[in-house]
Design a protein around this ligand. Structure first.
Ligand code: GLU
Length: 419
């Protein structure tokens, strides 16, 4: 693999995960090489008129990894340090996530290099509309369907849907998922990623014959995803003992009330000075003793620098790519299981698929139906991954990758090449 020496970070981790899985399965060399590559990487310039009247040019991307099993699918993120390599890793991961869950999509990811915290609402809207317009040639209801990711939300999706629809000349709700309900969104989508992580923890604990009641959980990143995990786990009797935002975290071994946390955050914009809790940095939060650690913030959080200090009994990846390859190895040697992102945080894209299917039928389901289908799908997924892990003697990540890669490889083989 000649390019290996020049690649770093998340992209290197993604390639290593694919290469590791390929060693425990029958993956023809040519298909392996094809999967290490991309169908398309689009870079666009996004000129935006700022509120002060001046024009500023941002850079946007849409990376499409593979569409052997269906249209490309994946989020759009806004971040000042966004790179193509990160997006390549994230797009590839979407291919595996969709395949593992059995939803008929391939993988993509996109975004704009910007700091949304420094942009006004109007500037964000103009940026989103121009970015959507710029990537229009490569997206479509049956081509590539964007969704929310880091620093984007249902409002972003409403602007994208409107821009695409107005330029197409007809209303096209299925062009994005994670939209508001009144423009074709699905009930249950907002909390789906968090609910999926909570359900995965439930599935894992069932196998470990551990009770959820009193289970000590640490959540790094108590934002959209992390706080939904906290909400659902609190309802089942788990004890959330530490949480954080980018401004820092708090810890109380006796447990923190989810409702009080949310109220404090709404009023103060951070968790700092939360009553009856000790302040803690995001780094030391990862090293707290607990039953389950959920890194639900950004990628590359558990690395070779801190992996030997992790005291959790299990890591469940809420974010995409929070554990590096070196850290994965250290955790495996220390017998700390890691439930991989492509299994644990698949709830979002699974309900995105339900949303897309509902849009196509123009027929909408009740929340109970959405959540029951999500629960059944994730249960099956967990059982399948655990089964392969036990049968082949590999960790949960490699087992999940084997299942996911196999389905994509089979789709490529049976389709053949055209032209
Ligand atoms: N951004 C989410 C993810 O990384 C959801 C993607 C989607 O729904 O397409 O899984």
């Amino acid at each position: 693999m000649p390019e290996k020496s020049t690649i770093t970070g998340a992209w290197k981790t993604a390639l290593t995960q694919l290469d590791t899985a390929s060693k425990s399965m029958i993956l023809p060399d040519d298909i392996h090489q094809l999967l290490r590559n991309f169908d398309r990487i689009l870079t666009v310039s996004v000129p935006v008129q700022m509120d002060d009247g001046f024009l500023r040019v941002f850079t946007g991307f849409r990376v499409q990894h593979n569409a052997a099993r269906g249209p490309y699918k994946g989020g759009v993120r806004y971040h000042p340090e966004l790179t193509i390599d990160d997006l390549k890793a994230l797009a590839m991961e979407m291919t595996w996530k969709c395949s593992l869950a059995g939803v008929p999509f391939g993988g993509a990811k996109g975004g704009v290099v910007c700091n949304p915290k420094t942009l006004s609402g109007r500037e964000l809207e103009r940026l989103t509309r121009r970015y959507t317009y710029a990537i229009m040639p490569v997206i479509g209801v049956e081509k590539d369907i964007p969704a929310p990711d880091v620093n984007t939300n249902e409002q972003t999706m409403a602007w994208m849907m409107d821009t695409y629809s107005m330029n197409s000349g007809y209303c096209s709700p299925g062009i994005v998922t994670g939209k508001p309900i009144n423009v074709g969104g699905s009930l249950g989508r907002t909390d789906a990623t968090g609910l999926g992580i909570a359900l995965t923890i439930t599935n894992a604990m069932k196998h470990k014959k551990m009770n959820l009641k009193g289970l000590k959980v640490v959540i790094q990143g108590y934002g959209n995803v992390g706080s939904a995990v906290g909400k659902f786990l609190s309802e089942t009797g788990c004890r959330i003992i530490a949480v954080s935002s980018s401004k820092g975290g708090i810890y109380n071994p006796k447990g923190l009330s989810h409702d009080a946390l949310m109220k404090h955050y709404q009023e103060q914009g951070s968790f700092v000075h939360f009553h009856r809790a000790e302040s803690i940095t995001n780094e030391s939060l990862l090293e707290l003793p607990c039953d389950v650690l959920v890194p639900a913030a950004m990628g590359n959080q558990i690395t070779k620098q801190n992996a030997d200090k992790i005291k959790a009994k299990m890591v469940v990846e809420g974010a995409n790519g929070p554990t590096t390859t070196a850290a994965d190895q250290i955790l495996a040697e220390r017998k700390i299981p890691v439930v991989p992102d492509i299994l644990a945080n698949a709830g979002g894209v699974i309900v995105s698929y339900f949303e897309w299917a509902q849009d196509a039928q123009c027929y909408f389901w009740c929340e109970h139906e959405v959540n029951t289908r999500l629960k059944n799908l994730l249960y099956r997924s967990y059982e399948n991954v655990l089964g392969v892990s036990q049968e082949k003697g590999v960790n949960l990540r490699t087992a999940a990758m084997i299942l996911a890669v196999q389905k994509v490889a089979d789709a490529i083989s049976v389709r053949g090449l055209s032209p």
